[in-house]
Design a protein around this ligand. Structure first.
Ligand SMILES: C[S@@+](CC[C@H](N)C(=O)[O-])C[C@H]1O[C@@H](n2cnc3c(N)ncnc32)[C@H](O)[C@@H]1O
Length: 268
């Protein structure tokens, strides 16, 4: 696409580029890095937390691919980072189909990396707002790629804390839940203040640069799964969800993670 067609506001910190910097990516600029340094001053564990979140995404996606899921809907995708979700899924299920959704022009500008599917599978990208799930569910691109009469794994990783109003956040998940077939899966990761006194001040840095953030405690996080059956071990922290050897070896603490996660299946 023609990058000049959108104003990427490189002079302002931006949450997707800040997250890219946490992950060691190169799609970030001085304003993003300066904001990250303020986040890290408030919450020194931020880089560890972001990388642990990405590790959870990889393990949850692989788990679901190994347990029969062939279709994935990833909302709040972020700037492409190796491995992207479709690469994890298609390494296990080569014909897996993946739809990515983000509302950020900078993610769209880099979306090409998300569209390099395996030969047998398929990927697509939709620029849309999580706050309007009905619009996402109506798009022709989604229906050309996914069959909603069959199970879909919906990932909402590190994105629902940008929807600060509880009623709106629960309505979003309920709307997707209504649209998904039995056997579908729900994957959520979400920042929490439960293990650190300082994550809230890091959220304040985001607010100061114009990005609303609302981290949630365990009860408010668990509410997202009201209509779902949790997969073992239920609601936990990134590094505690089916940890692989590298995760165990990392020695990450609950405070460093400060991110609740869960994976659930939809009953028939
Ligand atoms: C912290 S990144 C998470 C990336 C990826 N899901 C992960 O967990 O590694 C959050 C992403 O959510 C996107 N996002 C935030 N609010 C959104 C909204 N209302 N609709 C769609 N995407 C949104 C941001 O643009 C950003 O790319």
């Amino acid at each position: 696409m023609d990058d000049s067609a959108v104003d990427l506001q490189l002079d302002r910190p931006h949450s997707a580029r800040m997250y890219d910097y946490y992950l060691g990516g190169t799609t970030n600029f001085p304003a993003d890095r300066e904001a990250v340094s303020r986040v890290v001053t408030a919450f020194p564990q931020a880089l560890i937390a972001a990388r642990a979140n990405r590790g959870f995404m990889r393990r949850a996606t692989a788990y679901l691919a190994e347990h029969g899921l062939r279709q994935f809907l990833d909302v709040g995708t972020g700037i492409p980072t190796q491995p992207n979700l479709h690469e994890v899924a298609q390494a296990i299920v080569p014909d897996a189909r993946v739809v990515y959704v983000d509302n950020d022009p900078i993610v769209l500008a880099h979306a090409q990396a998300l569209l390099i599917s395996s030969g047998q599978g398929r990927t697509a990208y939709i620029e849309a707002d999580l706050a309007q799930p009905e619009e996402i569910l109506k798009t022709s691109v989604l229906h050309e790629t996914l069959d909603l009469s069959q199970p879909v794994a919906l990932s909402l990783n590190a994105v629902l804390h940008f929807v600060t109003d509880d009623a709106q956040a629960y309505r979003i998940v309920d709307t997707f839940t209504d649209a998904l077939a039995p056997g579908s899966a729900l994957v959520i990761s979400h920042g929490t203040p439960d293990f650190s006194d300082t994550l809230e001040s890091a959220a304040g840095v985001y607010r100061s640069v114009g990005t609303a953030v609302g981290i949630r405690d365990r009860a408010r996080f668990t509410r997202f799964f009201e209509r779902w059956e949790l997969v073992e071990p239920g609601v936990t922290l990134t590094h505690r969800w089916h940890p692989d050897a590298a995760t165990v070896a990392s020695g990450i603490t609950d405070s460093e993670s400060s991110t609740y996660v869960a994976v659930a299946r939809k009953l028939g």
